[in-house]
Design a protein around this ligand. Structure first.
Ligand SMILES: NC(=O)C1=CN([C@@H]2O[C@H](COP(=O)(O)OP(=O)(O)OC[C@H]3O[C@@H](n4cnc5c(N)ncnc54)[C@H](OP(=O)(O)O)[C@@H]3O)[C@@H](O)[C@H]2O)C=CC1
Ligand SMILES: Cc1cn([C@H]2C[C@H](O)[C@@H](COP(=O)(O)OP(=O)(O)O[C@H]3O[C@@H](C)C(=O)[C@@H](O)[C@H]3O)O2)c(=O)[nH]c1=O
Length: 261
């Protein structure tokens, strides 16, 4: 039986892990921010000293890309310093850390999909904070998996899919950018992939990419979502080529999936 700690239990990926059927191979313990705040080393210690965990899946993160751009401090506290706390604590207890990172570590200037070995160069504060988190893990740990993924969606929380679905249900016209391409990824599929890493017992530590593998623009994705709702995308979804946001996003953030770096 493998003991697995999952942080950030209130978030969408953790909730996807939580809803997976349990088996006798893996026992998950879910901790939310109130129980274990990764920016607070004492609360980390309290949880890790209580049970001998084999793995920690870090789903805790600051994911508000727009707010991170306006005031980056919190994003760096959680995505970089919090991850450093967790990395140090896991390493000293021989816990394998499975950490989730993002396509936004890349600048988007590459033609073609990004490999896990490509050099990151984030263009927004969220991406910079996530990259620093990766760097702390590489510096402090020997047993880790950094899984970069992109454009996560699920039935849980607020994500591009739920935002578009809710607006379309109200009959609102959707103005959607066609300026960026990436791979939407069902967080439930990522949850299954993470679980396979654990049940397979792999020791091929390093950086990996995981997505659902179908590149498209946000505009194309919005059309697909609306069509799947059996609504008329041609009247509801309007292509926008200059959609203003505070944070820059990579033009191309397609990740070559299951690629190791
Ligand atoms: N969403 C996406 O499109 C993508 C996400 N990722 C990465 O995947 C991972 C999971 O993302 P996702 O589930 O969507 O994110 P969510 O924002 O849904 O969940 C993150 C969770 O972490 C919690 N949290 C925030 N700060 C802390 C803290 N200091 N200590 C403990 N918990 C904290 C949040 O709580 P609260 O809400 O109360 O602050 C929230 O419950 C993240 O690492 C993210 O960077 C990568 C690519 C795409
Ligand atoms: C809601 C909306 C967004 N957009 C644009 C803005 C932006 O360029 C793009 C995506 O918008 P969002 O703000 O929903 O998504 P964003 O927060 O950029 O999503 C990112 O989240 C982080 C956590 C990640 O790690 C990334 O992989 C990615 O999923 O679509 C529109 O054009 N129209 C709209 O109505």
């Amino acid at each position: 039986m493998k003991q697995v700690l999952v942080t950030g239990a209130g978030g969408q990926l953790a909730r996807c892990l939580q809803k997976m059927p349990q088996d006798s191979e893996v026992r998950f313990t879910f901790v939310n921010k109130a129980t274990m705040d990764i920016t607070d080393p004492i609360s980390i210690r309290r949880i890790l000293d209580n049970t001998e965990f084999d793995y920690c899946i870090n789903c805790a993160a600051y994911t508000d890309v727009e707010t991170a751009e306006k005031s980056p401090k919190k994003a760096f506290e959680v995505n970089a310093e919090g991850v450093r706390n967790l990395a140090g604590s896991c390493e000293s207890r021989a816990i394998t850390l499975i950490h989730i990172s993002t396509d936004y570590v890349f600048d988007g200037e590459k033609e073609g999909p990004y490999l896990a070995t490509d050099i990151p160069n984030p263009i927004n504060e969220y991406g910079k904070s996530k990259l620093l988190g990766e760097e702390y893990i590489k510096r402090l740990m020997t047993r880790y998996f950094i899984i970069r993924t992109s454009w996560l969606y699920s039935e849980f929380g607020s994500n591009f899919y739920t935002k578009i679905r809710d607006k379309a249900e109200k009959g609102e016209t959707l103005y959607i950018t066609d300026e960026q391409i990436g791979c939407p990824t069902d967080a439930n599929n990522l949850a299954q992939y993470l679980r396979k890493i654990i049940s397979g017992g792999s020791e091929d530590y390093g950086i990996y990419h995981f997505t659902d593998g179908v590149p498209m623009s946000w505009y194309q994705w919005a059309i697909n979502i609306v069509n799947d709702m059996a609504l008329d995308a041609s009247s509801l979804v309007v292509r926008h080529s200059n959609y203003r946001t505070f944070a820059a996003r990579p033009r191309n953030s397609v990740l070559k999936t299951q690629d190791q770096g």
